[in-house]
Write a protein that binds this ligand. Structure first.
Ligand code: ZN
Length: 467
């Protein structure tokens, strides 16, 4: 009994060992059987119309040849909402192995609301905000502007929209009551006005506009410090405030100047200086005790410029180049040219003259060839820049080719008047002007005329502007 029992125990143990071994073998076999696994999750949600790239699979114990046998079934269509599957199938003689992934295509994108205007809009106090407009677009539904819900309160507007997949968008526009824009004042008439001494000043007024206030011109407050009985520079102030308390102020310059004297001759010489003529003219003027006015160029010797000033004559600016096609081509050209002569005079004499004479006079029409309307602009602009321009009321004719000393004498002496001022245009570059001058002065003196030079206290002499 004892022996038999021992034998049974022995055979049971053997059986157990065999069974265990078989299981172990099967387990090892299973471990080493070729397998495929999904990379990444088995369920993936994808936005519609986006590109989907599957992460693929990993394999175990498959050589390259076997890997090629893996079949892929993929019918994912990302342009259409729905649930799709991607299958990877491996098949050999013994078994079939399959893994699959679920792909859900959904509309995940919210619509976009685009505001015209600004994120923060300002509107006038007591005014109304005018909607600047908006648009709404969705990746699936397209233009859904008409689906936008707009709610408005005092300080904001909220724009809400939902697409067909219930994706929502909200955009807010802030509203602020504000008026920090100043009114704009526009003067009627010229910014710079020359007024003859003792003549009353006529206010031409101004108009005002404002971004918020509709009627504001009547609120303009006009004050001035003009004393028409005294030569001087004055100002008219135009002030206006809008309801938002924004104030604007502009000024008009009023220059009171004395009229040139009647029975007086103002000899004015253009185009010089020129050696050989200007020097002689200066000698004659000195000898006769006459003061004249020279509108100079960049020609001639510096010495003559100094003499003009040293000997008590008035000096003004004519032009540096005297080339109409250059100086009248643009406002900048004109002032660049002017500045050259101004600097020359200043450098040589220390005089900062503001007297000018336009080449061809302010009434010239030749400038139209180079720039339409330029004289209208220049005649205003020179005044705004502090210059005073002087045309003439007697043309000596000395720039004419047919002129000679005798004719010039006759032309000038026959044009003189005791009742008015006599501003005579002459050219100190001309020999017959040089030669006739002494006799002209003698004639004038013996007929009771006086001579004077133009100064910046004198009223402008203006011809009619034709361009
Ligand atoms: Zn000239």
């Amino acid at each position: 009994m004892k022996i038999k029992k021992r034998r049974n125990v022995k055979s049971n143990m053997f059986l157990n060992i065999v069974l265990c071994s078989v299981f172990l073998l099967l387990f090892l076999l299973f471990l080493f059987v070729p397998k495929i696994y999904l990379k990444g999750d088995s369920k993936v949600t994808v936005n519609i119309n986006s590109k989907y790239e599957d992460k693929g699979i990993e394999t175990n114990f498959l050589n390259e040849k076997e890997k090629k046998k893996i079949k892929i079934i993929n019918n994912v269509n990302t342009s259409k909402k729905g649930t799709y599957e991607i299958k990877y199938i491996y098949k050999n003689n013994l078994y079939t192995y399959e893994v699959k992934r679920t792909i859900i295509v959904k509309d995940l994108s919210a619509p976009e609301i685009i505001l015209n205007g600004n994120k923060t809009e300002y509107y006038c106090p007591n005014g109304k905000y005018e909607e600047a407009g908006y648009k709404a677009y969705d990746n699936v539904d397209g233009d859904i502007t008409d689906k936008v819900e707009v709610t408005k309160d005092k300080d904001k507007i909220v724009y809400k929209v939902k697409d067909s997949s219930n994706n929502k968008s909200v955009v807010t526009r802030n509203l602020k009551e504000k008026d920090d824009e100043k009114p704009t004042i526009t003067l009627n008439g010229s910014t710079t006005v020359f007024l003859p001494l003792n003549e009353s000043y006529v206010e031409e007024g101004a108009t005002a506009t404002d971004n918020c206030d509709s009627e504001i011109t009547n609120n303009i407050d006009i004050t001035n410090n003009i004393d028409t009985s005294k030569v001087g520079d004055y100002e008219v102030k135009y002030k206006v405030k809008d309801k938002g308390n924004n104030e604007s102020l502009i000024t008009r310059k009023v220059k009171v100047r004395k009229d040139l004297e009647p029975n007086t001759i103002y000899l004015t010489f253009d185009d010089g200086p020129r050696d050989g003529t200007t020097d002689v003219i200066l000698d004659v003027l000195k000898e006769k005790g006459v003061k004249a006015t020279f509108f100079v160029t960049n020609n001639g010797s510096d010495e003559l410029i100094k003499r003009i000033v040293d000997e008590g004559h008035s000096i003004g600016i004519h032009t540096a180049s005297h080339k109409y096609d250059i100086i009248y081509a643009s406002v900048d050209n004109y002032f660049n040219d002017l500045e050259l002569v101004k600097q020359r005079i200043y450098n040589l004499t220390g005089v900062e003259t503001n007297l000018i004479r336009f080449p061809g006079g302010s009434s010239n029409t030749i400038s139209r060839k180079y720039s339409e309307g330029i004289m209208s602009t220049l005649t205003e602009e020179v005044m705004n820049r502090g210059y005073q321009y002087y045309d003439w009321n007697i043309e000596s004719g000395d720039s004419s080719f047919a002129m000679n000393e005798r004719k010039l004498y006759n032309s000038v002496t026959s044009s003189l008047s005791h009742d008015k001022y006599n501003v005579i245009l002459m050219h100190d570059t001309k020999t017959y002007t040089r030669d006739a001058l002494s006799a002209i002065i003698d004639y004038a003196y013996s007929n009771g005329y006086k001579f004077s030079a133009i100064t910046s206290n004198d009223m402008l002499i203006r011809q009619k502007v034709n361009n």
